[in-house]
Write a protein of this length. Structure first.
Length: 104
């Protein structure tokens, strides 16, 4: 799963919600959401910059969220800004993610 791409201390920022802190909080939130909805997405990288052991990626993201039990789907789209850190094991991991998606 994508959890291995995240630092243990990752923080997700979403408009109108409290920051989601930690890899386990993300995992629990996704497990709960995926019981109710199916999420499909397309992303377009706009910019990537790296400076030493940190880097960021600006992405345009479009999601379609469909209830598992049926019903109308929702579309959300917008920009995200993700910050990465090179860990001592040499792997790059997500440490911060700001999600600016709105309903389409």
């Amino acid at each position: 799963m994508v959890l291995g791409l995240m630092a243990e201390d990752v923080v997700f920022l979403v408009a109108g919600q409290r920051p989601m802190r930690g890899r386990e909080a993300f995992a629990a939130g996704m497990r709960a959401a995926l019981q109710r909805v199916r999420i499909e997405g397309v992303s377009e990288i706009q910019d990537i910059q790296v400076d030493g052991d940190h880097g960021y990626c600006w992405t345009y993201l479009a999601l379609t969220i469909t209830p598992v039990q049926g019903g109308p789907h929702k579309r959300r789209a917008g920009n995200t800004l993700s910050v990465f850190r090179k860990e001592v094991d040499g792997r790059w991991r997500l440490i911060r993610d700001a999600n600016l998606l709105t309903e389409v």
